[in-house]
Structures are given as structure tokens and as C-alpha cells.
Design a protein around this ligand. Structure first.
Ligand code: 1CP
Length: 349
């Protein structure tokens, strides 16, 4: 008798759905499943600054595992932040509780762009250690690595912190086109270095977060942003892990987004997945797209909306159930566990 072959993360439903291969049931995970709604996260993080926690391999490992243990999701997402590669390279950024990333010296001139330090791969040993520990602990459950896309990172560097309109960013994009291009190229190289370190250490998929790309017109996105997101994916060479590309409010950009080179496109809640499938075209799987606010509503609404998303997801060549954006901090963790069970039941093939 031969030894039974244990399926590994490369055969998981998440990886298979991202590639458009048949799955046993619709896989599900939640953006920001670590570190938002879990009391065990708050206990562990107490007294440690966010960016400190992100660089402590044992803390990263434990926080990343918490939602997998609690909810039985089909993937873990590395506990980190999109600004971490900048911080590791030496840019003065702090994550302020209740605010988000705050940049000490925002990028306002060509000289500021040229002064940005490069990300040296040998500064990422803590990340490699964390990913290796996680891969060993997770067994067949895939670990998703991630990076911030050049545009979304540029918004923090230029605005100096979180913003709604990203007006300064757009003004810089229009009035300093050469500096804009150098800035986005710099950020694309740093994102690729960050992702390659994660892939080399064993993550099973990567997600590029272009959270704020939806503030752009399709023309500006196509000409001034998309080429740099493509540079990130191109920078991964022939590494063989599925690539996920996500942004909020990207309904009008969906036909372009696939051109950057992902296998799966993340969609927010503003358009139904069957319509999103039509817009991205046949070569892509979809991830999404329950409105995170629905999880704060009554149980009947949750159940109805989960069923709708699972059903509409069947229009795509592959579907990974997720929220349309991150878990809201007030979400009852019990509801998340319930959603996982429901998706698994309704998503059986
Ligand atoms: O599940 C997880 O929480 C995984 C880890 C993770 C991820 C994937 C964190 C931890 N951040 C991110 C990505 C991230 N960070 C994005 C892209 C995803 C998204 O759109 O939600 C963005 C835009 C950020 C930037 C950021 N970092 C913000 C948003 C601010 C804004 O512009 O409105 C905030 C609040 C942070 C801090 C942060 N990152 C992560 C955590 C747990 C926190 C809170 C820090 C704390 O508790 O002190």
C-alpha cells in the first residue's frame, strides 16, 4: 500500500479557485480578518505598537493564526501592513491608533521622491522567519502574502496620512508627471521585493491592495497607474503562486484591472459579481464581495446576502468569497464564524 498523499496548500480550494480550477466548495476568508474584531488580538497587541508587532515574527505568527483557528477560514493572511516595506527601508512613518499611517515628511517635491531609500531584501529576515513559521503551522491551509500597490502607497506618502479625496495626490500626479512616474516606479520595485521575500519563504498566493484606485478615472488609471501595478506583478518573474488584485470602488476600472497581470480580481460590494465577471472578462476569477456593513445587520439579512453573493459568484470562472472591503472593527466575531459555515454549506459543488 502506498503512503496516502496529503494535499498541501497548493491544492487548496483557495488556490484552485484563483486559478479557475474545480473546487470542493467555495473557499472563504475575510480581508482584515486578523487584527480587527478579535478580542484575543487586542489582548496580544496590548502595549505593542502596530509597526513593532509587524516586525516580531512570533507575534505575526500568532496573530495570523488567530482567525484561522477561530473561524475555520480557508486562508490565512499575513499580519503586516502596506506601509511596512517603506518603514523597513527607513521612511519615518507611524501607525497612529484610530487614525492609520502618518508620514513625518510627506513627499511634495521631485527631491523628496529621489530621497526615498530603497528596500534592501536583507532587511526582511523577520518576515521570512514569520512566513516559514506560519507555513509550518498552517499545514494544508494556504497563507496569503500581500503588498500595497504603488498608487495606494503614494496616497499615504503624498497626503502624509489617510485622506478621503486624495486631492493632493492627484494634483501631484497631474503637475509633476516625471516625479510621479519615478515615485510609482520606486514603489513598484519595493512592493515586488516585499512580495518576492514572502513567496520565497512559502506563501501560497499574493494580493496586491490598491485600495484607493477607485478614486481615479479610467483614463488616468490606465495611463498613470496601471503600468506600475503591472511592474509589481512582472517583478515576481515566473514565481508560481496565484495573484490577486483588489481595489475599492473599481467598478468602472474592472475591464482594465485584469491587464495588470492577476489571476483573480477582488471586487467591492457596489456591483454584483455576475456583472463584475462580465466586466473583467473570461480569464479571471473573482474575490468578494459582501458589504462589510451587512455583518452588523440582523441574521436574516446576513443569510440572504451571503446566499446572493455565493450564487452570483458562480458566474465567474472561480470564486473566493470575501467581503467587499475589510472587516469593520465592531463586527461580532461570531457572525464571521457563521458566515464561514454558511458559505461552506451553500458553496458545495
Ligand atoms: O487581516 C489583517 O488585518 C491583516 C493585516 C493587514 C492588512 C492586509 C493590516 C493590519 N493592514 C492591511 C492592509 C492595509 N493597510 C490596507 C489595505 C487594505 C484595506 O484597504 O483595508 C490599507 C489601506 C492599510 C493602511 C492602514 N493601516 C489603515 C487605513 C487608514 C486609512 O487610510 O483609512 C489603517 C487604520 C492601518 C493600521 C492597521 N493595519 C493593520 C491593523 C491591524 C491596523 C490597526 C492598527 C492598530 O490596531 O493600531
Amino acid at each position: 500500500m502506498g503512503t496516502p498523499i496529503t494535499p498541501g496548500p497548493a491544492d487548496s480550494d483557495l488556490v484552485r479557485a484563483a486559478r479557475g480550477l474545480p473546487v470542493s466548495r467555495t473557499p472563504v476568508w475575510f480581508m482584515r480578518q486578523a487584527g480587527r474584531s478579535l478580542p484575543e488580538y487586542r489582548t496580544l497587541r496590548a502595549g505593542t505598537a502596530m509597526l513593532q508587532a509587524c516586525q516580531d515574527p512570533d507575534m505575526v505568527t500568532e496573530i495570523t493564526l488567530q482567525p484561522v483557528r477561530r473561524h475555520g477560514v480557508d486562508a490565512a493572511i499575513l499580519f503586516s501592513d502596506i506601509v511596512l516595506p517603506l518603514v523597513v527601508a527607513g521612511v519615518d512613518i507611524e501607525i497612529k491608533p484610530g487614525i492609520g499611517p502618518v508620514v513625518a515628511n510627506p513627499v511634495r517635491t521631485v527631491a523628496d521622491v529621489d530621497a526615498l531609500p530603497p528596500l534592501e531584501p536583507d532587511r526582511l529576515d523577520f518576515l521570512v522567519t514569520a512566513v516559514r513559521q506560519l507555513v509550518a503551522e498552517l499545514g494544508p491551509t494556504p497563507l496569503i502574502g500581500f503588498a500595497g500597490a504603488p498608487f495606494t502607497l503614494a496616497t499615504y506618502l503624498i497626503e502624509g496620512g489617510p485622506s478621503k479625496e486624495h486631492a493632493r495626490t492627484k494634483a501631484f500626479m497631474y503637475s509633476e508627471p516625471a516625479a510621479w512616474q519615478r515615485l510609482l516606479e520606486h514603489l513598484a520595485v519595493s512592493a515586488a521585493v516585499f512580495l518576492r521575500a514572502q513567496i520565497g519563504a512559502g506563501v501560497s498566493a499574493v494580493q496586491l491592495f490598491d485600495s484607493w484606485a477607485g478614486v481615479l478615472s479610467a483614463t488616468d488609471y490606465a495611463q498613470r497607474v496601471l503600468p506600475h501595478s503591472r511592474e509589481v506583478f512582472d517583478g515576481l518573474g515566473d514565481t508560481d503562486v496565484p495573484r490577486i488584485h483588489f481595489g475599492v470602488g473599481t467598478g468602472e476600472l474592472l475591464s482594465l484591472i485584469g491587464d495588470a497581470g492577476a489571476d483573480m480580481v477582488g471586487v467591492d460590494w457596489r456591483i454584483p459579481l455576475d456583472e463584475a465577471a462580465r466586466r473583467v472578462g473570461p480569464g479571471f476569477s473573482l474575490q468578494g464581495n459582501l458589504d462589510p456593513a451587512v455583518l452588523l445587520a440582523d441574521r436574516a439579512t446576513v443569510d440572504r446576502e451571503v446566499a446572493r453573493v455565493v450564487a452570483q459568484g458562480r458566474a465567474a470562472r472561480g470564486h473566493v468569497f470575501n467581503l467587499g472591503h475589510g472587516v469593520l472593527p465592531d463586527t461580532d466575531p461570531g457572525v464571521l464564524t457563521h458566515v464561514v459555515e454558511l458559505v461552506h454549506e451553500l458553496g458545495r459543488r
